[in-house]
Design a protein around this ligand. Structure first.
Ligand SMILES: Nc1ncnc2c1ncn2[C@@H]1O[C@H](COP(=O)(O)OP(=O)(O)OP(=O)(O)O)[C@@H](O)[C@H]1O
Ligand SMILES: [Mg+2]
Length: 463
């Protein structure tokens, strides 16, 4: 076993002193931190104190035996792997221990090699379980309701729906423009449901040609088509008791829509090239950025499938229609990108914030997310300024689509050109394509500084 600074811990219960001494040494030699106890009672007491990675216990001990230690270990520290030691030839107790959740059993006399192999396997299993748990927690964190950012009442209502629908098995149809958060909501529904410990399987129905999508969804038999070298389970089967997310359902071809409808109605799928049916139990969440109602009217989407999927509709409005969500989202993405890129940027200038709020975000939250990540990389210091934002966003903060009266825009523009032309009225009028008199009148209206030439003329007149 490789030596690391981290030592796995083992609780070892054995009533025979000489056996205990020998095996304890063996365990130490394997790099483990050993707590050795002479009976089951002390083992159970030790379990209440420390977390152990492994429990190695003899079965025959008095008054408390190894089965009790096993049961206590399963109850107190389910992540600990239990290896039981049985007397020679007592296969019954080995079976009983395995049924009780033991990872492995060893028979006396303990072979050092067998001990080492069993312990390595147990530690490896434990490492994998931990890793899965961590990854699960990460995914759960990312998609949990608490991590969804919003301030608008529209989104608040959506999350209410998610919570309500989470408790049911109803099919959900999520509609919204690209980048509005459809997949996020689909995952949130899964996490809010009792299916959360089962798989969440996402399929993009727009990304595959019809035949391939069919075998992807329903599976195929070996040799069902060229390239089908092995038989394969479909994603409906893979999703088991979890959730299947049918993304871009509006892209599905009409023949496949028929097959999907049949599968949903009957709760069964048939692998391509097979003629037996397989029961399915996955909950269906579908999403689309198309207007399915309109598609239905022109015959692109089947009405019966639409109603089957649309038991529970959720519509996510575009980001521009819920402007209250923009800055909270921008803050979240800034925090994330700040950590990810180890950048100094940690706040927005007032103008940058204004521009973010004013921009129309046709690519919705996804576009916002990318714009912020880019800005965080570009920004040279703590404050993200207008210049760090993409050009199209930048202009939104100024004369862009913000609603302003025309005369204020005109005033600003004329004065700007006037200044750029060195306050020369002839040149300014030429540049603007308007008559000198018009320009003069407007400048007077704006109280613009009089050009030197005009001043001189006046002075001459007075003389
Ligand atoms: N309310 C929100 N809070 C936090 N992050 C969000 C929110 N809405 C969307 N996002 C993030 O924005 C990105 C786009 O969201 P998602 O992929 O769910 O959108 P979509 O509607 O499925 O887009 P597309 O139609 O392009 O597939 C993701 O990174 C997602 O995590
Ligand atoms: Mg998506």
């Amino acid at each position: 076993m490789t030596e690391t600074t981290f030592k796995a811990t083992v609780l070892y219960a054995e009533d025979d002193l000489s056996q205990r001494t020998v095996t304890s040494l063996e365990l130490k030699r394997l790099g483990l931190e050993v707590t050795a106890v002479p009976d089951g009672e002390k083992a159970c007491a030790a379990l209440t104190k420390g977390p152990f990675d492994l429990v190695l216990t003899d079965i025959k001990m008095k008054p408390v035996d190894g089965f009790k230690v096993l049961a206590e270990a399963r109850r107190r520290s389910p992540e600990a792997q239990v290896i039981v030691i049985t007397g020679h030839g007592s296969i019954d107790s080995a079976v009983r221990a395995m049924k009780g959740g033991a990872f492995d059993y060893l028979t006396k006399p303990i072979e050092p090699e067998a001990l080492q192999i069993s312990i390595e396997k147990a530690l490896e299993r434990q490492r994998l379980l931990r890793e899965v748990e961590q990854l699960r927690a990460q995914v759960r964190g990312k998609f949990s309701l608490d991590n969804i950012v919003y301030a608008s009442s529209a989104f608040h209502n959506i999350l209410d729906l998610v919570r309500k629908v989470g408790g049911t098995d109803a099919s959900v149809l999520i509609q919204g423009e690209s980048g509005t958060g459809k997949e996020l909501i689909a995952r949130a529904i899964h996490e809010a449901s009792s299916r959360r410990d089962h798989p969440f399987v996402a399929v993009n129905c727009g990304a595959l040609p019809e035949g391939l999508l069919e075998s992807e969804l329903f599976g195929h038999a070996r040799g069902a088509f060229t390239g089908a070298v092995t038989q394969k389970r479909g994603l409906f089967e893979e999703a088991r008791d979890g959730t299947i997310f049918l993304d871009e359902i509006g892209e599905m071809s009409p023949p496949l829509q028929v097959k999907l409808l049949r599968a949903l109605q009957e709760g069964e799928v048939r692998r391509v090239g097979e003629n037996r049916n397989i029961k399915i139990n996955a909950r269906v969440v579908a999403a689309t950025n198309k207007d399915l109602r309109a598609e239905m009217q022109i015959g692109g989407f089947r009405e019966d499938l639409y109603y089957r999927l649309n038991v529970f509709p959720i519509e996510i409005p575009p980001l521009r229609d819920r402007p209250d969500d923009i800055l909270p989202l921008a803050e979240r993405f800034l925090k994330l990108a700040h950590g990810k890129h180890k950048s100094k940027a940690c706040r927005y200038s007032t103008q940058a914030a204004e521009a973010l709020k004013a921009y129309r975000w046709h690519g919705n939250v996804r576009e916002l997310e990318h714009a912020i990540e880019r800005a965080v990389i570009l920004a040279p210091n703590e404050e993200i300024g207008l210049d760090d934002l993409p050009p199209e966003v930048r202009t939104a903060g100024g004369a862009g689509p913000t609603i302003r009266p025309l005369d204020s825009v005109e005033r600003e523009h004329i004065l700007g050109v006037f200044a750029a032309c060195g306050e020369n009225q002839v040149e300014t009028a030429k540049a603007l394509g308007i008559g000198r008199n018009t320009l003069w009148r407007k400048l007077k209206e704006y109280g613009a500084p009089k050009s030197e030439a005009t001043e001189k003329k006046k002075k001459l007149k007075r003389k």
